[in-house]
Design a protein around this ligand. Structure first.
Ligand SMILES: Cc1cc2nc3c(=O)[nH]c(=O)nc-3n(C[C@H](O)[C@H](O)[C@H](O)COP(=O)(O)OP(=O)(O)OC[C@H]3O[C@@H](n4cnc5c(N)ncnc54)[C@H](O)[C@@H]3O)c2cc1C
Length: 471
């Protein structure tokens, strides 16, 4: 019998994690004061709170979250813990080789930090160190990794192991891939449980958390007043850790386009996964611009995710998330093309999450122009599990005004007005999004795109900055 798929605004991970640990911090109900107010209870806000307490234990820190911790991308993501090495050519072009290597190494170290935190708190976050395959499902997309592999070879770094299509089939049972590379240090985890772990650690460190406490206004004078429905917080410094919701901060609104990603999981399927030949195998994602990925979960489900869902007009995330970008039938058909043996897997949960796409595809951290006591960190563009750990070091350094390599990291960047204003961003983004989808489809038919599609495709995030830099 097929289980009816349930599309919901809350991810499978978040539902499962909240069922295991449903503690909710009280919402703010009176005016209060703090040294530092962190807005946003995702990975960025929680890691930053921990860092600040480690470095300055006497600071009085308050963290507010509009819903529950993990209600944003941190509880909705696909759970691939991927270091920054795939972005090495871009990082090198923008910030130079030393900073690029430092950031990549820090992102690898982030996985060890996550593991250490879970051991310290005796928490099971479903960490599976089975590696991740970055592959291609058509010959035109094979070799997307070549530039990265070659750039790393110049530093004697062999981070990726080349695989043939037959190797990938042997490891995962998927006949869909023509070639790829294995990132052996790549891992998967349960993002909902990681959020719960971080939330517990932050509370234990003495940070005051208020959930269901939305910042409705930010007065930029110093000290800052953060208005919430239940009271006003007065703080010397503020850290905005609100990911896609940064589009609602006027100084930051032109830095990102908000585009949702869709995901679904099956009911537990251990036997079918084993029959597919994928038990304990690596996770997989392809080389489409709107990436498709598959992984297994700790309780024996298969997860499938697809980028390039609905766009948020003017940063209206609730509107974009009100309906799925891809129906669960469409997602299931895509899963079947990657994993034919799981084509009949009954789907139990499907959801969408908002992703903040910067033009470079890289995150940015800094101080609001004219308000240096208000910090921001966002723009992870769909790769945040490990990068938020790195970002929290940068945010802590900027908050504490530490004169170190984190405070002067390449990721520290002033707003650039990278995208046009609305409605141009939405209309332009829609056209580029269609061009990307068309090119992904034509690549799989071994056909070329026409000049208009090619021109629009070349405007996609991730290409622009590199072209600017080299021009
Ligand atoms: C569907 C999906 C799949 C992804 N897959 C992966 C993946 O496989 N691997 C990976 O590394 N990354 C992935 N990502 C990206 C990753 O999830 C994010 O980069 C990361 O979670 C960002 O963390 P954050 O804390 O900055 O943002 P969030 O987790 O979004 O936290 C921001 C929080 O701010 C709160 N907030 C917003 N406005 C206000 C306000 N006014 N007042 C109070 N609170 C507010 C929100 O409710 C939210 O909880 C994915 C993202 C999505 C959406």
């Amino acid at each position: 019998m097929t289980t009816q798929p349930i599309w919901s605004g809350t991810s499978f991970w978040q539902q499962q994690a909240l069922a295991e640990d449903g503690a909710v911090s009280p919402s703010l109900s009176e005016d209060t004061r703090a040294d530092i107010c962190i807005v946003g209870g995702g990975f960025t806000g929680l890691w930053t709170a921990l860092r600040l307490k480690e470095q300055a234990p006497d600071l009085d820190i308050i963290l507010i979250e509009g819903k529950q911790c993990g209600a944003g991308g941190s509880g909705a993501n696909a759970g691939y813990a991927l270091p920054l090495w795939a972005s090495f050519p871009m990082l090198q072009a923008l910030y130079g080789p030393d900073e690029a290597l430092r950031l990549c190494r820090a992102s690898s170290a982030a996985l060890e930090e996550i593991d250490a935190l879970s051991n310290q708190h005796d928490a099971d976050i479903g960490l599976a160190r089975n590696g991740v395959i970055w592959g291609a499902t058509c010959s035109r997309q094979a070799g997307h990794w070549d530039e990265t592999v070659a750039a790393l070879e110049r530093y004697q770094i062999a981070h990726y192991e080349p695989l043939t299509g037959a190797d990938i089939q042997q490891r995962t049972g998927s006949p869909a891939y023509v070639a790829g590379v294995l990132e052996a240090s790549g891992a998967t985890l349960h993002p909902g449980r990681l959020v719960r772990l971080l939330r517990r650690a932050v509370l234990a460190a003495g940070v005051r958390i208020h959930e269901n406490t939305r910042m409705v206004d930010l007065d930029r004078a110093r000290p800052v007043s953060i208005r919430t429905p239940g009271g006003v917080i007065t703080a010397d410094r503020v850290v905005l850790a609100i990911y896609a919701w940064s589009a609602g901060v006027h100084e930051l609104s032109r830095e990102i386009a908000v585009i949702c990603s869709d995901a679904m999981v099956s009911v537990p399927q251990s036997d079918a996964i084993a029959a597919q030949g994928w038990q304990d195998g690596p996770a997989l994602f392809d080389s489409r611009t709107f990436t498709e990925g598959t992984r297994t979960t700790p309780d024996g489900r298969v997860l499938f995710n697809k980028a390039g869902g609905r766009m948020a007009l003017g940063g209206n995330i609730n509107g974009a998330l009100a309906r799925p970008g891809q129906t669960s039938q469409e997602l299931r058909a895509m899963l079947a093309s990657h994993m034919p043996g799981l084509a009949d897997a009954p789907i139990s949960h499907a959801w969408s999450g908002a992703v903040d796409r910067t033009r470079s595809g890289l995150p940015m951290f800094g101080r609001l122009p004219g308000s240096p006591h208000i910090l921001y960190g966002f723009g992870y563009s769909g790769r945040g599990i490990l990068t938020t750990v790195v970002g929290s070091r940068i945010l802590a350094a900027l908050t504490l005004e530490t004169d170190d390599a984190w405070a002067s990291s390449g990721f520290v960047q002033e707003p650039q007005r990278a995208y046009p204003p609305e409605p141009l961003r939405f209309v332009g983004g829609w056209a580029v999004r269609r061009a990307i989808a068309r090119k992904d489809a034509l690549d799989h038919e071994d056909r070329n795109t026409g000049p208009v599609t090619t021109a629009l495709y070349n405007l996609k995030p991730g290409r622009w900055n590199r072209a600017q830099k080299s021009s």
